[in-house]
Design a protein around this ligand. Structure first.
Ligand SMILES: [Zn+2]
Length: 244
């Protein structure tokens, strides 16, 4: 009896050995649709950081280096779920259409200057951050491009990140390249390339137009195929080429 169970165990172990490398590989390479769209919980690391393990570790290393140069890297926003993005989108859509009386399509165009359609935010991936310098005092909204310009409050932060962020594999996503379409310049939004590149590749291999047409949040009924195709081309794919 003992012998029999021993054989069974070794047999199972033998199979596991041969199958495991394949399983590990596919788990690393494949991201599910719900994961790519922020519709499932993923493992996040670090209090106030909330990134995937590898991205978290790289951020900590970058934060230490910045700290010794007098910059206090402070995350304003990192992982965001589909539901959270849905709340943001719907609130803006209601404000623009009901309070401001905008045409629905014009309202959507205005929303997507800075905000994403739920399910398409890079913040769903646990790889992207909105980051500033926590040291200087500043009033009002911090995520405005003017605050990162010459002579402005985050000028040193910007110079430091330009010089060092790529050493830690963090790349600016929405650059100030005048030829770039899609989202406006966001000097605060960085992405951890080693994970976000394969995630973008996985996402663009899905039928995004069809997925978004199935959505039922407020405003989604106005999405046409043409609009969604342009959105994918401009807002999802017209980004810093280092991240493609
Ligand atoms: Zn962002």
């Amino acid at each position: 009896m003992h012998r029999r169970s021993f054989i069974k165990k070794t047999g199972a172990a033998g199979i596991a050995m041969t199958v495991l490398p394949g399983i590990t590989l596919s788990q690393e390479m494949e991201y599910s649709i719900i994961e790519l769209m922020g519709k499932t919980d993923i493992e996040l690391y670090g209090k106030g950081i909330n990134l995937r393990k590898e991205a978290h570790d790289a951020f900590i290393a970058m934060k230490k280096a910045a700290y010794s140069d007098g910059i206090d890297l402070k995350i304003v926003s990192s992982f965001r779920s589909f539901q959270r993005q849905e709340v943001i989108f719907e609130r803006k859509f209601m404000t623009y259409t009901e309070e401001d009386g905008m045409d629905p399509l014009a309202a959507i165009d205005k929303i997507i200057e800075y905000s994403t359609i739920p399910g398409t935010s890079r913040h769903h991936w646990g790889t992207d951050i909105d980051v500033i310098d926590g040291y200087p005092k500043t009033e009002g909204d911090v995520l405005v491009p003017e605050k990162f310009g010459a002579g402005a409050v985050f000028e040193n932060f910007k110079a430091w990140m330009d010089e060092n962020s790529e050493t830690y594999d963090f790349h600016l996503v929405y650059t100030d390249d005048p030829k770039r379409r899609g989202f406006k310049y966001e000097p605060w939004h960085y992405s951890y390339a080693p994970i976000s590149k394969p995630m973008l590749e996985a996402f663009r291999s899905k039928n995004i137009v069809q997925l978004l047409q199935l959505e039922e949040f407020y405003g989604a009924e106005h999405f046409t195929i043409g609009f969604l195709k342009n959105y994918i081309q401009n807002n999802i794919l017209d980004i810093n080429r280092n991240l493609l």
